[in-house]
Design a protein. Structure first.
Lengths: 418, 418
């Protein structure tokens, strides 16, 4: 799929290992869960380690049911510092009576092998909810995991955090800050249980930029609102969502400690990383065949634009129509209409677009003549843009990402305990 | 499927014609829409007429995009009086520049043929959004429609309002009011674009009870909250939702004009009609193989119970698991957790039940040992109960209805312009 890279940023390889001084590894330690029909042959335990202590920030799910690792990670980065990330897939370590104990144990095991303190470790889990996490495979695999750490181990780590993902999702960019070349890279897992209400899914971002933990947190919180929070696969807000950033300072730039021009560059890089990861996630939504990008403009406020854009990409009926490549714009208007925001539906216009062209399907809240054949041709592409003007005087705008609703979504989630 | 009929109410045949003095008819007038792949051989125009003027009340969609018939009906029952209902399927008469004009024309045509005033007529449309409604087939069929009115024409009318419904949905009951036998019956269409945010779908209810329009409105608004508003198929709030009640007074009971015991009986009958119609609708949700009934108890407030119950029946992941007959209770807890209400997730318990038995799957927010085989057996039934205790001291409770998410939902809505 196409990457969106603004001017001033250069794409590079390496994902979470692209920035200087970050090693990673992933192994198959052998986690499985009761009811698993097959043991997937894939990595299930990942580790990312910085050569030096990093400024750290994170945003978490707002689901009241929270994975135990979330609670432990919150404690560990309370001081704005961290050094490593340990993550397992297969089992979410959520809704278990001993969840916090096990999440702490994961940190202790990693810390012991790395010669660090448990409080230096960020921990995350993803997988089936409500099954006790067996710690033995993790304990048994820790030595191998640490010994295998390399400065190009990003792909092994990425494989270990994937669940129903069909594509690895990572990106890295370089940018200038204070005359120095900085690098930032990220990886993301997420395909189902994806709904914009906070960080959504697991995302890990590393950078060698030198910047205060407070500003990393601020940049991250701002970016989440317009990137991961604007993506939805199925309306289900995960219990284990977490996005975190580690900034090592190894690049040697003058430390960023205020919202100056250099901070602006950092923010642009972070937004680029997170926007592209969000788009990759939506495109790889469970069962998806298409990425849907909804752009809302001419809104009174940014908030209104966001609410409308999210409402459209979340509509099951609209998503099924996209799978059917049917320009059933009435379903778009319907989703615009039930969005909980204030605007005049009689001023709404809708355009459907892709690399095959663009066609206006609705103007001032009513249908306009268009060629169904042309529309079908446009919708045959894998990346579809839905452009909505709310026709207000304001310049509020927003972008949201989703995917189509397909047989395979039902298959993946109707199958026993995916 | 099982009907839920409380003591004091007796089920009778006849749907909207069960009450004294209501005639109905449905014909195929020949409405079709651009893009329709086949002309369905089914009735598409319905009429219900009371022998005398009725107290009338209605509740409408809260979608900002409203079908033109909604606007016209609102005007016509502003005085709390109405005499007939004209409804077409196939075309929703929504998002059309001439929508209101056409909806008015439908009322004029029916009124002329019936010898009534257009203001006596309630009008509704359902079908594809955004295609101009051709008035000719309606004008051409009006004479036949009126001439064919009979006191047992409920089935013909019901067929005419159905779209993707696979089952006709009607019910009627008798009850005592002030020593007189009153009858109330209703019919409902609805299978997709169903989400609890107001009336949801088209529902027409007739009764011969004598009761003031104000009290009919109050009873209807109260019942909507706990019946139709608690049912969801796909999270999409329709643009054309409407539920209306016509009360003719023909039963001869002493007019009900205050919230006395007789009003209580009326309310009970109305709640029974609407609860059963809501359950039928959820069971016949597009592509559904199962009815899901979620009962939430021990909540601090009724509102909290409602929010949680709706959150569960709306979760795509949970619905797909029900299709797979998989007791994946983590998805239930996940949906409970992201419900926008205040409670302690560590006190939540979940039980799964059907005619095959019941099994506790989660207690105090954590999993408990249970037999997966037993759970699978329970979930093999067509009516599934999900019992959730929030473990609070309050006695707030609520019931919500939904269905499973299946391949057929995708097929029905991915197919061209269903």
């Amino acid at each position: 799929m196409k990457m969106m890279i603004p001017a001033g940023l250069t794409p590079v390889e390496g994902g979470v290992c692209a920035a200087k001084g970050f090693r990673a590894n992933g192994i198959q330690c052998g986690l499985a869960h009761a009811g698993a029909s097959i043991t997937k042959k894939k990595n299930d335990l990942a580790l990312i380690v910085a050569d030096k202590e990093c400024a750290a920030a994170a945003v978490y799910t707002t689901n009241k049911v929270k994975g135990a690792p979330i609670l432990v990670t919150k404690e560990h980065i309370r001081d704005g510092r961290a050094r490593a990330v340990i993550v397992n897939s297969v089992n979410a370590n959520t809704c278990n009576p001993d969840g916090v104990e096990k999440a702490n144990k994961m940190c202790e095991l990693a810390a012991a092998e790395l010669g660090l303190k448990p409080e230096d470790i960020i921990v995350a889990s993803t997988g089936v909810i409500g099954q006790v996490l067996p710690i033995e495979p993790i304990a048994g695999g820790m030595k191998e995991l640490v010994e295998g750490l390399t400065y190009d181990g990003n792909s092994r780590a990425l494989e270990a955090i994937m669940t129903t993902d069909t594509q690895p999702k990572e990106i890295a960019v370089q940018f200038e800050m204070g005359g120095k070349t900085c690098t930032m890279g990220g990886m993301l897992k997420g395909s189902g249980m994806i709904h914009p209400n906070m960080a959504t899914t697991l995302t890990f971002i590393t950078t060698d930029a030198d910047i205060s933990a407070e500003l990393v947190q601020q940049a991250l919180s701002d970016c989440v609102k317009i990137t991961l929070n604007m993506a939805s696969v199925d309306g289900d807000t995960s219990t284990n969502d977490m996005v975190c950033v580690l900034a090592s300072g190894t690049a040697g730039n003058k430390p960023v400690v205020s919202e100056d021009e250099e901070y602006g560059r950092f923010l642009m890089a972070l937004q680029c990383i997170m926007t592209n990861l969000a788009r990759m996630m939506a495109r790889d939504g469970e069962g998806a065949t298409k990425l849907i990008e909804c752009i809302v403009e001419d809104a009174d406020t940014t908030e209104t634009a966001r609410i409308v854009a999210k409402s459209v990409v979340c509509s099951s009926l609209f998503k099924a129509a996209m799978f059917g490549e049917d320009a059933n714009w009435g379903r778009i208007l319907c989703a615009v209409g039930y969005a909980q925001a204030d605007f005049d539906v009689n001023k709404v216009s809708v355009e459907i677009a892709s690399d095959k062209g663009a066609v206006m399907v609705c103007k001032n809240g009513a249908g306009v003549e268009f060629s169904e054949e042309e529309a079908k041709e446009i919708l045959s592409e894998e990346e579809i843009g839905i452009y909505i003007s709310l026709g207000c005087d304001g310049d509020g705008s927003a972008m949201a990402w989703g995917c189509d609703l397909t047989y395979d979504y039902v298959k993946i989630n109707g199958d026993y305990r995916s």
